[in-house]
Design a protein around this ligand. Sequence first.
Ligand SMILES: [Ca+2]
Length: 103
Amino acid sequence: MAKVSRPMETERCIKSLIAVLQKQAGRDGNNSKLSKAESLIFMNTELGAFTKNQKDPGVLDRVMKRLDLNSDGQLDLQEFLNLIGGLATACHESFIKSASGQK
Ligand SMILES: [Ca+2]
């Protein structure tokens, strides 16, 4: 008999990321892509720790432009994951630095 598997941590993380995208993108009725306005709300709410010290309002604009690889003015799942991946990489590097006593 096949073992009934419970979702593993990584699977739960993937589902959570998709749920976040759908929730944040659903404000305008299309829950598969973040519009520019939705992206800004997302970055200021869900990623407040990263954006709160950001004084230059143009930075998020430039981030959005860089992430929008196909230039359709929206972030699809792949583009959204590039953002998450970039932030995860930055966090990981920061953890390694603080673990080794650097600043
Ligand atoms: Ca896009």
